[in-house]
Design a protein around this ligand. Structure first.
Ligand code: EPZ
Length: 432
């Protein structure tokens, strides 16, 4: 049932069907900020990162870097200075890693720079077992010795890492990022085949090159890195969050395009725009990274398959399911990346959606409207899908386990209130 905290249940209550209108600014990309913050481990010199979003996951990564021995100072909103202090311990403890699996991103940099890392195994999460076997096999191929001790990965490379040819049998975003960072200080050349092509991988490569790394092929499925002796400090601005952008594009379409978006990373959403056009929704650039959304009166059902970039992102699957739940006809969404990323289906059904899951495919039969209910957020992106549903449902919707939302959407309450949403956070006390 719902997770409780000392008998307290926090929830976000949304009043549906309000007139939403105005402008939303897209924040910096969480999944670029996290690897870029981990990359600051690779140099003893100061690094400045800008456009870092204010998220729970970012706070956890800051705690982790401070635990390792870095001082982090917020110079202004979203602008952080990372400086190495005396290094306390080259490890990532369970209490931090269990809150945020992306902590695994410190593994590559720690081994590459210090020849040692002790990182808690992340453990599974709601959307799947999320193994990291490919990260570990690749580091072994670069000369690290990997052992598992009481739930911790201990990686050693006392003589440093060596360049190697890495063939990922599956495309892995953080796996590619871990090896990309490790290879910058390895001795010799590393080739990553079947590399992830996500914009966040490219943004990390850009930052590493500013630090003096020698990298080619980022954004393709073959990345070549020539190791160097040391990396320097740098100043880098994180790219906008394409998943937040896609989420708010769906929101705007649900409210007749009355919401304009700023800092919109248009170039990272080509395939999503194609799918939206099939549905009858158009994203129209109007200059300096702003877009307006237009739509047909009657939207059309579609078939969506999640795949690695540049195809349809799994991180937008739940949000599109909310949209398609009120589009007349039968749409399908097939989830190919994670084995258990349909937990929002039964939550949407509580709001009146008509969805059947067979194997990896959800069959969504559009209904006329959703009606408010109590639901729970099951993972970071599903929580956004619940917010979208609550905003269009008739009546009130209460979303529990709301901390998922704060992990990935910067100040979402304020952003929504600014365009007219009526929502509040409150607590329910569970009698002992
Ligand atoms: C990244 O996770 C993102 N997180 C996820 O975003 C995103 O959903 C995912 O990529 C897919 O795009 C960050 O970038 C911090 P993977 P990651 O390794 O790297 C399997 C969000 O909402 N696999 O690309 O952990 C894995 O089980 C989050 O912001 C192995 O089998 O995902 C999955 O089925 C959720 N062995 C597939 O590969 C491994 O060693 C893709 O996973 C690694 C992965």
């Amino acid at each position: 049932m719902f997770e409780t905290k000392e008998g307290i249940l926090e929830y976000l209550e949304i009043e549906g069907r309000r007139e939403l209108k105005g402008t939303i600014e897209i924040s910096g990309a969480k999944n670029s900020a996290l690897p870029n913050m981990a990359a600051t481990i690779l140099t003893e010199e100061p690094v400045i990162l800008e456009n870092i979003p204010e998220l729970l996951d970012v706070q956890i990564m800051i705690k982790l870097l401070e635990h390792i021995g870095f001082s982090i100072e917020e110079l202004s909103k979203g602008k952080f200075l990372f400086k190495q202090n005396e290094l306390n311990c080259l490890d990532a403890p369970y209490e931090l890693v269990s809150k945020m699996r992306a902590s695994i991103l410190v593994l590559g940099p720690l081994v590459a720079r210090f020849g040692y890392a002790k990182v808690s195994l992340p453990g599974g999460c709601a959307i799947g077992t999320r193994p990291i076997d490919l990260h570990l096999k690749a580091l072994e191929k670069m000369g690290a010795s990997i052992s598992l001790e009481h739930g911790y990965i201990v990686a050693k490379a006392t003589k440093g890492l060596k360049g190697a040819e890495i063939n990922f049998e599956k495309i892995t975003v953080t796996g590619t990022e871990n090896i990309l960072m490790a290879a910058t200080l390895a001795d010799g050349i590393t080739v990553i085949n079947n590399a992830a092509r996500e914009p966040e991988v490219v943004d990390l490569a850009r930052m590493l090159k500013k630090m003096g790394a020698k990298i080619e092929g980022e954004g393709t499925n073959r990345i070549v890195i020539q190791g160097v002796k040391k990396l320097n400090g740098a100043n880098h601005k994180i790219i906008p969050d394409r998943i937040e952008a896609g989420t708010f594009t769906v929101l705007s379409a649900l409210f007749n395009g009355n919401i304009k978006l700023k800092n919109y990373p248009f170039q990272y959403l080509d395939y999503v725009h194609k799918k939206l056009e099939e549905i009858g929704i158009y994203v129209i650039p109007i200059g300096n990274d702003e877009v307006i959304i237009r739509r047909e009166d009657t939207l059309k059902p579609v078939n969506i398959e999640t795949k690695e970039y540049p195809f349809f992102p799994t991180d937008l699957q739940a949000q599109f399911m909310t949209l398609l739940s009120i589009v007349d006809g039968i749409s399908t969404i097939t989830e190919n990346i994670f084995e258990n990323r349909f937990m929002h289906v039964q939550e949407l059904e509580r709001l009146g959606a008509n969805i059947k899951v067979i194997g990896k495919t959800a069959f969504i039969k559009g209904v006329k409207e959703l009606t408010g209910a109590e639901v729970q957020a099951t993972d970071l992106r599903a929580s956004a899908a619940m917010v979208l549903a609550g905003l269009i449902a008739e009546g009130k919707t209460r979303i529990y386990n709301i901390y998922h939302l704060d992990r990935g959407y910067e100040n979402i309450d304020d952003k929504l209130r600014k365009i007219g949403a009526v929502l509040k956070r409150d607590f329910e006390y569970i009698e002992g």
